[in-house]
Design a protein around this ligand. Structure first.
Ligand code: FMN
Length: 171
């Protein structure tokens, strides 16, 4: 049997980084303390029931808080919220310092002025490699129009409108 050498983490990060994504912040509150982290591993899973997933670093404060609390919000960032993305990506800092806290319908903290909020309960979670895959059952949503923050090749950017109509079978 030929043993394939493992793809190293830097190669994995660089190569998967060619896949353009949006940027979101996962927020929750556990034992009275708000937590949040920037993510781009967000994926829609199911429409009926409405399910999504995010992959959160094992042992990160927000991961433990989301699993411990059993609920969280996904805040989809706008192109004007790069500073928010950087703030919630800093390890070991108080991510909410100086931010005015707002709460969603299900009493989870949410990021003001985000393009969308999806409030979820944790449907299930399991460890995969060095991350915890968290499935969220979406309980409440709100959204507004605007340009999303994009992430590609380790850089933030925005998506220029191309003027075409939304794909009709999708919306
Ligand atoms: C654009 C971007 C996307 C990220 N996506 C993820 C992700 O999907 N999952 C994850 O665990 N960390 C991701 N991170 C790293 C976390 O935001 C970072 O480790 C954060 O500080 C963890 O916060 P905590 O220690 O308070 O939990 C991302 C960072 C950036 C800048």
């Amino acid at each position: 049997m030929i043993v394939q050498p493992e793809v190293d983490p830097m190669t994995m990060r660089r190569t998967i980084g060619r896949f353009a994504t949006g940027v979101a912040v996962v927020t929750t509150e556990h034992d009275g303390v708000p937590h949040g982290m920037t993510v781009n591993s967000l994926t829609s899973v199911s429409l009926e029931p409405p399910l999504l997933l995010v992959c959160l670093t094992t042992g990160a404060r927000t991961t433990d808080a989301v699993v411990g609390e059993g609920r969280f919000a996904v805040n989809v960032l706008s192109a004007r919220q790069e500073e928010i993305a950087m703030r919630f990506a800093r390890r070991g800092s108080d991510h909410f310092e100086g931010l005015s806290l707002e709460y969603g319908e299900h009493s989870v903290p949410v990021v003001p002025d985000a393009l969308a909020h999806l409030e979820c309960t944790v449907e299930r979670h399991f460890e995969a490699g060095d991350h915890v895959v968290v499935f969220g059952h979406v309980r409440h949503t709100c959204d507004r129009p605007g340009a999303p923050l994009a992430f590609l090749g380790g850089r933030f950017g925005d998506l220029a409108e191309r003027g075409s109509e939304p794909v009709h079978w999708f919306f």
